[in-house]
Design a protein around this ligand. Structure first.
Ligand code: FEO
Ligand code: CA
Ligand code: CA
Ligand code: CA
Length: 662
């Protein structure tokens, strides 16, 4: 059936002005509630947040974690199963990406003496404050706002210590052997869970991004490794003699701490944690409807700084398709296509369905051509030069290919992107979008640069801007959003047509920078979170970047057109490309501005579009206990608040109970 014309969908709210208030600001006619924040108890028996960091490490197995990020809402039926169309009761899965500050979490900030974590209980608390929370949410007797159902049997924490299964090509590989699992079939913990995905069968996908935060490697470790291992460790950013920013491995000799050093010992691979680094960087599947289930690392989806995993709408008889970004400068965009065709009878089959669709399939990496066409290139051992004879890196088998997907992407000549963050697929026409949040001159260098070093790249058609914003930022400081249409409309296609939907810019930037013609009602920088709701409204969230001197981060709503509807434009310093034509006040409009020093991230919506959830991550991140810069979320209702700032989930509804955004 032809997609409904975009003009049938209209933005129906007054634009929120840029501001730096310590508040979530929404349009007139909307209201804000707080669903949960760092440290809130999910079960009965634990005390409420005391605002002094006194909560125990163990209690974080039952409390909301820190650093709220990606999330998803699943409708919950009366019999406890996935009910896709239910809006008044559901399960909300929320990522807890990292420990902010970490001055809210501990009594007096983090204790570090000479690069050693001397208070083991603080480290244990941080380990338990990472991961995912799953909680039941419910509307009250009236209205469309929602609250957490404390004590629900579905309420659960998954942390950096939770036991997980390894599945797919890397299961049992020598690359996965650890003292914890000498067969390489299991591991513990999911870490630095940034964005997310979900499956049509009703499971949550949580994605491991900045796992370098927690992994150390010993001095002289290179000499105990093969040349091949050293190449791989270097490409993934883990040199020898490296301290992790969190120093978890320094808190003691107990396994809980020692396992965070990915270092060779005399004991052997099955008796140490030399391979622990390889057990992170995956997409993890969780069945929220079965609180006793063991989460699974789905290795067929590749290992890199996974931002998220975004599904194309499932079609019976067609494969499951997931789009994924590697969020680091000059990294790649990937796609996974399942071997098994989608059978709607698998709805509700949980991790068994996950095994069917996510353990066997084909991983691809994207190459964007200057002519507006692109290719998906297969990451399969034995194809395209990915074999043991490769001179960049000798790939032993498919486990080696998925564990070192970045090296495979290098071999295949994939396009280096300006930090791929979130993706989203338009339910109206199947076109995929992805935010490229920003890049800097250390990586995306001037078009005239005489030579390149390391992994540097010049601007190209898909990453076309190189400019100085006059405020000390050079490269592509404001980011852009790319989109593509698969050939034949099939997610399994290996070629596509692409253009750039929208370029971030400040409203007063010169025209060759402000290519989409943004104005006061819709200008933004550093697009990060991105989501289509079921109606086809596109939500865009921002993270820091080069605009927080003017405004706190924000959420915009948009009615996008389609690939190819922009006019030709030439980016400053870059190459000719297509200009997103959708940035009028009618098609892109600011819906929300967050509190001080936060990132707006994570988005979920009920099927009836009457309850919108967003996450506020790291409010007041530049402050300290002695000099706080934010008191949000308490400041939302109390302008005189002196309480600690906390990451939290916000519930946004219309006062008249109507659908949001339109
Ligand atoms: Fe955790 Fe790519 O942001
Ligand atoms: Ca992000
Ligand atoms: Ca970001
Ligand atoms: Ca941030």
């Amino acid at each position: 059936a032809p997609a409904p014309a975009p003009q049938e969908l209209r933005l129906g709210f007054d634009a929120v002005a840029k501001n730096r208030n310590d508040l979530v600001t929404v349009p007139a006619g909307y209201q804000v509630g707080i669903l949960h924040a760092l440290g809130d108890p999910m079960h009965w028996g634990d005390a409420s947040w005391a605002d002094n960091g006194s909560e125990s490490a163990d209690s974080y197995n039952r409390r909301i974690g820190d650093g709220h990020d990606g999330m998803h809402y699943f409708g919950l039926s009366e019999s406890g199963t996935f009910q896709a169309d239910r809006s008044d009761r559901g399960l909300l899965c929320v990522n807890h990406e990292y420990v902010v500050g970490p001055y809210a979490l501990h009594p007096n900030g983090r204790t570090v003496v000479g690069n050693v974590r001397t208070v083991a209980a603080e480290v244990e608390k941080e380990i338990h404050a990472h991961g995912v929370s799953i909680c039941e949410v419910k509307r009250g007797a009236t209205g469309t706002a929602m609250s957490m159902v404390r004590g629900s049997r579905y309420n659960r924490r998954v942390t950096s210590a939770t036991e997980m299964d390894i599945a797919g090509p890397a299961k049992g590989s020598a690359l996965m052997l650890t003292k914890f699992s000498p067969t390489g079939a299991k591991t513990r913990g999911t870490n630095n869970n940034c964005a997310n995905g979900y499956t049509p069968w009703g499971t949550y996908l949580t994605c491991e991004e900045n796992f370098l935060n927690v992994i150390a490697r010993a001095a002289d470790d290179d000499a105990r490794r093969s040349a091949k291992e050293v190449i791989a460790l270097k490409r993934y950013g883990l040199p020898q003699n490296r301290r992790s920013p969190y120093l978890w491995d320094t808190a003691g000799s107990d396994d809980l701490f020692a396992r965070w050093s990915s270092s060779v010992t005399a004991a052997g691979a099955a008796q140490d944690y030399r391979n622990v680094f390889n057990t992170f960087g995956w997409v993890v599947e969780i069945d929220p409807f079965n609180p006793d289930s063991t989460p699974v690392k789905r290795t067929a989806l590749g290992r890199f700084n996974h931002e998220g995993a975004w599904p194309a709408p499932a079609v019976a008889g067609q494969p499951i398709v997931l789009y994924m970004g590697d969020d680091a400068r000059n990294e790649y965009i990937y796609k996974f296509v399942s071997k098994a065709p989608w059978d709607p009878a698998d709805v509700g089959r949980g991790l068994a369905a996950g095994a069917k669709y996510l353990d066997e399939g084909t991983l691809y990496v994207a190459k964007f051509g200057a002519d507006g066409r692109g290719q998906w290139i297969e990451l399969t051992h034995g194809k395209n030069g990915l074999d043991a004879a490769n001179t960049v890196y000798p790939f032993a088998d498919q486990a080696d290919v998925v564990t070192h997907a970045r090296l495979a992407g290098d071999v295949l000549g994939a396009t280096k992107m300006d930090r791929p963050e979130w993706g989203a697929v338009n339910p109206r026409n199947g076109e995929a979008y992805m935010t490229l949040t920003n890049n800097n001159a250390g990586n995306r260098v001037a078009p005239t640069a005489a030579s390149l070093s390391g992994r540097q790249a010049r601007p190209d058609a898909a990453n076309p801007r190189f400019y100085d914003d006059g405020e000390g930022n050079t490269g592509n400081p404001n980011g852009h959003i790319i989109r593509w249409r698969e050939d034949g409309g099939s997610g399994a296609a290996t070629a596509f047509t692409w253009d750039i939907y929208l370029f971030g810019a400040e409203e007063d930037a010169p025209a060759e920078v402000n290519l989409s013609g943004l104005t006061a009602v819709n200008d933004f920088s550093s697009p990060d979170g991105l989501s289509f709701d079921p109606r086809g409204l596109l939500w865009i969230e921002t993270d820091d970047g080069a605009y927080t001197d003017v405004t706190n981060c924000m959420l915009l709503a948009a009615v996008p057109g389609q690939v190819g509807d922009g006019g030709a434009a030439t980016a400053a310093g870059g190459t000719a490309t297509l200009k997103g034509a959708n940035a009028t006040a009618d098609t892109v409009r600011r819906f929300l501005v967050g509190p001080v020093e936060c990132e707006i991230t994570g988005i979920a919506i009920t099927p009836d579009a009457r309850t919108l959830f967003i996450n506020v991550q790291h409010p007041g991140e530049d402050g300290s206990l002695a000099a706080p810069t934010s008191h949000w979320p308490d400041s939302q209702g109390n302008a005189a608040s002196t309480r600690r700032p906390r990451s939290a989930t916000v519930v946004i509804t219309r006062t008249d109970g109507g659908a949001v955004g339109v």
